[in-house]
Design a binder for this molecule. Structure first.
Ligand SMILES: [Zn+2]
Length: 350
């Protein structure tokens, strides 16, 4: 802390302003000022902080951040009537649970959001940080989920907090995981990993199949689909790869699944997927167009299947939309892309 600046200004300007000038967190500044005897009373901004975070992060965390003793914090909560009733996990919202999970991982554990994360984060990270209730919530909710019930509670919580980022088998497997991996499920997930994590397209699998460097033990283990997982389904890797190629011939079924997901995403924000998005266009056979094209998905930071990147278009409009230069949309808020593309199609190519 810049003691001189503080001494000069503490009696003249608001604490928030001092924090801003010194580029420090105002709550940390209050704590420091109290310790040094510049202030005695609890500050309104601190009370506000308690109010804002009491349902988001553990109380012990708030107490530490404010630099108060447990009984001091209790007194304040009593005075301002911030006494939260002991909440049942059934009252938790999904949003709240995701917030807490992200807080734990990013703020508390300071883990990076990459594919090491599933191997690092453990049950104890939750229970050891006053978030045992999240584990209870996760345990209960994953059991009701036809997919996640086969995987660990931590996998459920983290996958929900970071949608589309991880697959639950990247985390430590649960005793149930074995039951999930039927031949079809294994191959389906393997295709997902190939495409989303290894950047390989299904079209070229035939050519990859004979390469020693294709689907190495290292890669399979890293993404949770190693020998231990497939040994009960396929005799060896050769058989597994062979089955994968056969499976791809019936791949349209799998693609159908993911196309269905894109449709559901658009429907969920109220977009009619039975009609071309261009006003007045009555063409049938509607396709789901990716505004930023799928082929660049390795180069971008967002999930290519994010709903802002989707638009239902007829075949004709779909083809023309493919000519949109990416530079045009890169400067626009993602949420505006669909409307921009629509205008672009209407003005230039109606
Ligand atoms: Zn159209």
């Amino acid at each position: 802390m810049d003691v001189n600046f503080i001494e000069e200004n503490i009696d003249k300007v608001p604490i928030n302003f001092i924090a801003e000038k010194l580029e420090v967190d105002v709550i940390n500044l209050c704590q420091w000022l109290r310790k040094k005897g510049y202030i005695q009373e609890i500050q309104p901004i601190e009370v506000q902080y308690i109010k804002n975070y009491m349902n988001k992060i553990p109380m012990s965390e708030i107490q530490e951040h404010l630099g108060l003793s447990k009984s001091q914090l209790e007194q304040i909560r009593e005075r301002f009537n911030f006494l939260k009733a002991h909440r049942n996990i059934d009252e938790y919202t999904e949003e709240e649970v995701n917030y807490k999970t992200k807080w734990l991982i990013e703020e508390k554990l300071r883990f990076e959001i990459d594919d090491f994360l599933p191997k690092k984060v453990k049950n104890q990270d939750f229970s050891g940080n006053d978030l045992y209730s999240l584990l209870k919530y996760g345990e209960k909710h994953k059991k009701l989920d036809p997919y996640f019930k086969y995987f660990s509670t931590v996998a459920f919580l983290v996958c929900k907090a970071y949608p589309q980022k991880f697959k639950p088998y990247q985390f430590s497997h649960s005793p149930e995981t074995k039951k999930f991996f039927t031949r079809k499920n294994y191959l389906k997930e393997l295709l997902w990993i190939l495409e989303h994590k290894l950047g390989l397209e299904e079209e070229l699998l035939n050519s990859f199949a004979n390469m020693h460097s294709f689907l190495t033990r290292k890669e399979l283990n890293f993404y949770g689909l190693g020998y231990n997982v497939y040994k009960d389904i396929f005799k060896n890797k050769e058989v597994m790869v062979d089955e994968l190629l056969k499976f791809c011939k019936i791949y349209p079924e799998v693609q159908e699944d993911s196309l269905q997901m894109l449709r559901i995403k658009l429907l969920s924000i109220g977009i009619d997927i039975e009609r071309c998005y261009i006003n007045g266009c009555l063409n049938k056979n509607i396709e789901i167009h990716h505004i930023a094209p799928k082929k660049i998905k390795r180069l971008i930071k967002f999930d290519i299947d994010s709903v802002f990147n989707l638009i239902p278009l007829c075949k004709e409009h779909h083809i023309i939309a493919g000519r949109l230069e990416l530079e045009n949309i890169s400067v626009i808020e993602k949420e505006q892309w669909r409307e921009y593309l629509k205008e672009w199609l209407i003005t230039n190519h109606a």
